[in-house]
Design a protein around this ligand. Sequence first.
Ligand code: DGL
Length: 271
Amino acid sequence: MDTRPIGVFDSGLGGLTAVRSLREILPEEDLVYFGDTARVPYGGRARETLLKYARQDVRFLQTFDLKAILIACGTVSTTCLEALQAENDLPIVGVVEPTCRRALAVTKTGKTGVIATLASIRSGAYEACLRRLNPQVEVYGKPCPLFVPLVENGRTRPGDTVIETVAREYLEPLLEAGVDTLILGCTHYPLLTEVISGVCGSGVALVSAGEESAFELKRLLRDRDLRGDGSRQGEASFFVSDTPENFEDLASLFLQEDLHHMARRVDIDQY
Ligand code: DGL
């Protein structure tokens, strides 16, 4: 048994989709979450900038005695995973491979869409992973740069004409290509599940990056004998690099928990 916490990070709110899955799948584990809300969005930035930010995020999380880190960010997973794994001794899990494995298990036609940030699509990481796992697969990638700012501003609900118009514009080319499976390759996007499935219809299966990586982490902890104490309920602590208030309001809504006065601010430039 290992009762040390798991570190989880993202550019902002999106990684909470992974936190929600972790709390269902690994309820006994303590979590330390960092959202880099002062520097969100990450998705349009150069790899060097992302690496600098990701290293600082990991250094902050490493001030806790962690047993593993989940990169609950598609953008960091697609661009920095290998570097972070090489530089750190503890196990670090990203979202790309678990999500691709799930998508390939779900697709019937082999036509798989990937929506993600510009940096993730530009990296080609989802496409390369899908093709490595199944060379026959047809992959259609689409960057959706407006989704993250809209989610961070709470524009996630069906009936909101701004998010619905943007979603239609991004998703229609993928529907025309005939995809039957769509990877939500950015951890912010599951917050748009209702809007996205409203546009895509029931013929397209949605695969969410955060959830699949939580299952991957569970397997890793079991294989390395790192599971926590199953007789207790784990706790989560939240840290952000900008003001906690905005984060707490949206995060409370999303996690269905009262987070008021629970998130703490960190000066990430110190790390
Ligand atoms: N949620 C992150 C991702 O999965 C980052 C999005 C962003 O900050 O642009 O890609």
